[in-house]
Design a protein around this ligand. Structure first.
Ligand code: ADP
Length: 268
């Protein structure tokens, strides 16, 4: 790739970054579920998985380890739904398959390569592109942001858990957004309460409401809470579409609400 795919984002209407202060809070989960929810709403969606620390989206969408092809303008994304072609994915994991490639990606040129990767995917027409970034506020974020900015970024969705809110990781994330003039579209509190697999009742095993409080404190929008739901974990492990499998669940309602709020705020 020579980074010549400058126009690759020209037909992408909206670009959203999904950020979290640290790993394991459900950033990839929320990215995946939002993408599925947008697709259910009739949108053509793309996911760019640049989470070098744990590129898990291919597994969550059950696309396996496909061979990625190149065309004149860059990498050709893989479709999670090859028939409909409404959900496109490009993951750094696809390129890490080759061991030589892995060395390069981990080497000193990593940041520049990540930045380049962002503009080297031939997306074609998309309503929304979700970018799953590595946790934290590293140089890689800046590289991703700089390269996406050449096009346009609508803003960021911040994912936190009730506990993470108290550690201040997400506050650093908010400061990062403010410093880099990245609009915060809102905060999602994930793993907020636990849905019992037997009676479907949701109980608060950790504190609740921290995300909402933080949103108020920082003047950001609170998009909603997603409970810790064993059925969601299972769906992600098996690469199944949770929203299609459990439309009656309270977790479905929570995710749909967040997705609809975002679509409204984007006018998408
Ligand atoms: P991150 O991207 O922030 O590192 P992940 O999205 O990979 O985190 O989530 C970590 C683990 O937690 C995954 O195994 C995922 O299946 C699980 N998980 C995340 N959110 C939920 C949830 N709301 N309900 C059930 N399991 C969840």
């Amino acid at each position: 790739m020579d980074g010549s795919g400058k126009g690759n984002l020209d037909q992408v209407k909206h670009v959203l970054l999904v950020l979290s202060g640290k790993g394991g809070v459900g950033k990839s989960t929320i990215t995946t579920e939002l993408a599925l929810a947008f697709r259910h709403a009739g949108k053509k969606v793309g996911i760019l998985d640049v989470d070098l620390c744990g590129p898990s989206i291919p597994r969550m969408l059950s696309v396996g380890k496909p061979e990625v092809h190149q065309c004149d303008s860059g990498w050709v994304p893989v479709y999670a739904d090859p028939q409909q072609q409404q959900l496109a994915l490009m993951s750094i994991a696809f390129l890490l398959e080759d061991s030589d490639e892995a060395v390069i990606w981990r080497g000193p040129k990593k940041t520049a390569l990540i930045g380049q990767f962002v503009s080297d995917v031939a997306w074609g027409e998309l309503d929304i592109l979700l970018v799953d970034t590595p946790p934290g506020t590293s140089d890689e974020h800046l590289a991703v942001l700089e390269n996406l900015r050449k096009h346009r970024v609508d803003g960021a969705v911040l994912v936190t858990t009730p506990q993470a809110v108290s550690t201040g990781d997400v506050r650093r994330e908010i400061t990062f957004c403010k410093k880099t003039n990245l609009k915060i579209l809102g905060i999602v509190e994930n793993m907020s309460g636990f849905v019992c697999p037997h009676c479907s009742e949701c109980s608060n095993i950790f504190s609740k409401g921290g995300g909402e409080e933080l949103a108020k404190l920082t003047g950001s929008a609170f998009l909603g809470s997603v409970p810790l739901d064993p059925l969601l974990t299972e769906s992600l492990e098996e690469g199944r579409d949770f929203l299609q499998a459990f439309p009656e669940s309270s977790t479905f309602t929570a995710i749909s609400h967040i997705a609809n709020t975002l679509l409204d705020s984007l006018n998408a």
